[in-house]
Design a protein around this ligand. Structure first.
Ligand SMILES: [Zn+2]
Length: 282
C-alpha cells in the first residue's frame, strides 16, 4: 500500500501545475536515491487524474484507494522485486497494454521501479513506449541513479529530481555498494551487526577457529541486505585500519579476498560459502 504522506511536496506541486495547464508529459524519469518519495509521487499523479473527491487527490475516495492498493485497471507497476535485473519479459506486457484505451479513466499509468536495472533488450522495448504513444499513457521511470539510465531513454523523458531530499552519507555509501533502498530500509539499527562483524574481523586476524561459528551465526536468517552489509563493513574496518597504517599487509590481503568474494557473491555463491572461503583463505 502506497502512502501519500511520502509524496515529494515540491515535485507534486510542479506536477499539479502541469496538470492544471494540461501539460503533463507522457514520460518522466523520477530520480530518487531512496525511491520511496518518487514512487509515492507517481501514484499521487495517478490519483490526481482519477480522484472523485473535492480536494484532488484526497487519497481516501474509492478511486484513490484502488490505485494506492494496486487494484486499479489503468495503473501498472513493474518492479524488479529484489532481482538483479528487469528483463524484457517484464516490459512486454506494458507494450501489449499500450495499444488499449484506458479502462475507466482518461489515461493509463505505467510505473517502472528500479529503472536502472532494465536490461538492454528491455530498454529497447521501452523506447517505443516512450515515443509519442498511440494511447493516452503516462510512463514514469523511477531510478536511484540517473547516470545508469541509457541516454536514449533519458532523452525521451522529462527528468524530475527528488535528490534534494538529503541522503545521509552511510545510506549513500550503501547504495553505491549495491544495496537497494528496500534492503537498506529493512536493515534497521546496525549497532549490534557492526559489533558482530568487528568480532569476526578480529577472529580472522587471530586465526581463531571461532570465526567459523561466528560466520554460521551471521548467516542465520540473514536478509540479502544484511549479507551485503557484512561484506561492506568488513571492507570498511579494513580500510579504516589501513588509514591508520595498521597491519598493512594483512589488511591489503583481506581487501583482495573481499573483492574476490564480491564476484563470487554476485555469481550466486551462497553467503555462508563466501564467508567460509574468506576464513580459509585469510
Ligand atoms: Zn480520491
Amino acid at each position: 500500500m502506497i502512502n501519500l504522506k511520502d509524496v515529494g511536496k515540491q515535485q507534486a506541486e510542479f506536477l499539479k501545475d502541469a496538470y492544471t495547464h494540461k501539460k503533463i508529459a507522457h514520460s518522466y524519469l523520477f530520480v530518487d536515491p531512496m525511491q520511496k518519495k518518487g514512487l509515492a509521487t507517481a501514484y499521487w499523479l495517478a490519483c490526481l487524474f482519477n480522484c472523485n473527491g473535492e480536494n484532488k487527490p484526497d487519497g481516501t475516495c474509492n478511486e484513490c484507494q484502488r490505485i494506492l492498493t494496486g487494484n486499479h485497471p489503468d495503473v501498472f507497476l513493474v518492479d524488479s522485486n529484489g532481482k538483479q535485473s528487469l528483463s524484457i519479459d517484464q516490459v512486454r506486457p506494458l507494450k501489449q497494454e499500450l495499444s488499449k484505451s484506458p479502462v475507466e479513466g482518461t489515461r493509463r499509468f505505467f510505473f517502472i521501479k528500479n529503472a536502472e536495472k532494465l536490461t538492454l533488450a528491455a530498454n529497447n522495448a521501452l523506447l517505443n513506449l516512450l515515443e509519442e504513444p498511440v494511447a493516452p499513457v503516462v510512463t514514469i521511470l523511477i531510478t536511484t541513479n540517473e547516470n545508469q539510465i541509457l541516454p536514449t531513454v533519458r532523452s525521451r523523458t522529462q527528468i524530475i529530481s527528488f535528490e534534494n531530499e538529503k541522503v545521509d552519507s552511510q545510506t549513500g555509501q550503501l547504495l553505491e555498494y549495491g544495496l537497494t533502498s528496500d534492503e537498506i530500509e529493512e536493515l534497521g539499527n546496525l549497532d549490534s551487526l557492526k559489533q558482530e562483524v568487528k568480532y569476526l574481523y578480529q577472529e580472522l586476524f587471530e586465526h581463531n577457529e571461532l570465526a567459523f561459528v561466528r560466520a554460521y551465526h551471521l548467516a542465520q536468517n540473514a536478509t540479502s541486505g544484511k549479507q551485503k552489509f557484512v561484506f561492506y563493513w568488513l571492507k570498511n574496518l579494513s580500510l579504516e585500519a589501513l588509514r591508520q597504517n595498521k597491519s598493512i599487509q594483512e589488511n591489503t590481503h583481506l581487501l583482495d579476498i573481499l573483492m574476490q568474494i564480491d564476484k563470487m557473491y554476485s555469481s550466486n555463491v551462497s553467503f555462508i560459502n563466501c564467508l567460509d572461503y574468506l576464513i580459509l583463505n585469510f
